[in-house]
Ligand binder design. Structure first.
Ligand SMILES: Cc1cc2nc3c(=O)[nH]c(=O)nc-3n(C[C@H](O)[C@H](O)[C@H](O)COP(=O)(O)OP(=O)(O)OC[C@H]3O[C@@H](n4cnc5c(N)ncnc54)[C@H](O)[C@@H]3O)c2cc1C
Length: 361
């Protein structure tokens, strides 16, 4: 039998197994379930959150308590990827999170993903980004948004959302964990991988895709769609390093996973529509968007406010906050807070000023 219950603990108490067992037995007894401690076969923490809203900072911990039965093996995740067959190929433009996860999804059906990525691999990207930070220049195909892992590689890695549009989040978290993310992300209320961990995890995902027969072409920019009789048959690319080197890739389908920063891709799609007599409105649909700005605070200030002046305990993360309000019938809200992090330039063209935030785990 499995019981789920929540305990409110003071910092440090979550490490006291004896106390936790006592509290669990008391909690179960309070609900009319009397069990001997010897019957408890396992106690697994399912969710952890910090409540710093009132004077004393508390931890809310949700536990699954196993009575007379064994829990599943920790990190129990069975990959379903199959060796890809060469006769079924799908082209994916972009090696960001969407492109990489599309590739993993195709491999579950043994379909070969061929990823076309305009930017370089991470090691080279780091050199280009360091150069940009020194000189203020922007690499057109290699920057904080373009290259292996897309904008995800140097992102904050916060894996939670206010959106109610949800898929199988547990599976996505398990895939990240399988590729090296801390198992805490499986239980934390606000799972956060951290900028320091992401490049290695993205690299491991790349290795999985390649090991199951996928292909990834770096420094290769998609410039044209091949359309025949109203259907997309493939793409034409140029090398990001040598403009004159062009290639053609054909596939059963083309997935555009180019993110929001690649403005040229919208022109490419519009041109392809015009050339092929397809109404542009069938291919491109404007979506509403929110506009924002980034505010930088000293971390100690936010920690001091959120933890009520008490020094941050080692087990607590850098404090975060969320604000929402209505102004003239419009929602105004804080978004993408990077606790203890920093602001980074994430433009993809010299004429832009774009910033984002990152923070270590
Ligand atoms: C610093 C920073 C911090 C962030 N923090 C978070 C966070 O904590 N949590 C969160 O949820 N989101 C965060 N984001 C946003 C998140 O990274 C993006 O929403 C996410 O990466 C989008 O994934 P994507 O695959 O759709 O697109 P992208 O990551 O933008 O990837 C698109 C890829 O397509 C490639 N591409 C584009 N055009 C072409 C072309 N013509 N030919 C070939 N390749 C092409 C690009 O080079 C890029 O690699 C952050 C972003 C940044 C920059």
């Amino acid at each position: 039998m499995i019981y789920e219950l929540t305990l409110d603990l003071l910092p440090g108490q979550e490490r006291d197994d004896k106390l936790i067992q006592e509290l669990i037995l008391r909690n179960l007894a309070g609900g009319g379930t009397h069990v001997a401690s010897s019957k408890i076969t396992a106690v697994i923490c399912k969710k952890k959150s910090v409540d710093a809203r009132h004077g004393q900072v508390k931890l809310h911990l949700r536990y699954a308590v196993y009575i007379d039965e064994l829990p599943p093996v920790e990190g129990d995740f069975s990959p379903k990827w199959k060796q890809a067959k060469n006769n079924k190929t799908v082209i994916i433009i972009g090696a960001g999170p969407a492109g990489l996860f599309a590739a993993l999804q195709l491999l579950e059906d043994g379909i070969k993903p061929v990823i076309i990525e305009r930017g370089p691999e991470t090691a080279e990207r780091k050199i280009d980004i360091a150069e940009s930070s020194r000189t203020g220049s922007v690499g057109l195909d290699s920057n904080y948004c373009f290259g292996e892992g897309g904008a995800g590689t140097f992102s904050d890695g916060k894996l939670y959302t206010r959106s109610h549009k949800r898929g199988n989040i547990g599976r996505i978290l398990s895939i990240f964990n399988y590729h090296g993310a801390n198992p805490n992300i499986l239980t934390d209320a606000h799972p956060h991988i951290g900028t320091d961990k992401l490049p290695a995890i993205i690299n491991n995902i790349k290795k999985t895709i390649l090991s199951f027969g996928g292909e990834i072409h770096f420094n290769t920019r998609c410039t044209e769609l091949i359309i025949e009789k109203g259907a997309i048959k493939g793409v034409i690319t140029v090398s990001s390093l040598q403009e004159k080197v062009s290639e053609t890739f054909l596939g059963k389908a083309v997935v555009l996973a180019t993110g929001h920063s690649a403005i040229d891709i919208y022109h490419m799609v519009a041109d392809a529509c015009s050339k092929n007599g397809i109404p542009v409105s069938r291919a491109l649909v404007a979506k509403p968007f929110a506009m924002g700005l980034r505010v930088e605070h000293p971390r100690v200030l936010i920690d001091d406010i959120q933890y009520h002046g008490s020094e941050r305990d080692k087990i607590f993360p850098a404090a975060e906050y969320r604000l929402t309000t209505q102004v003239d019938n419009r929602g105004v809200y804080s978004f993408c807070m990077c606790p203890g992090g920093l602001v980074v330039p994430s433009a993809t063209a010299p004429t832009q000023i774009v910033v984002n935030g990152m923070s270590p785990s």
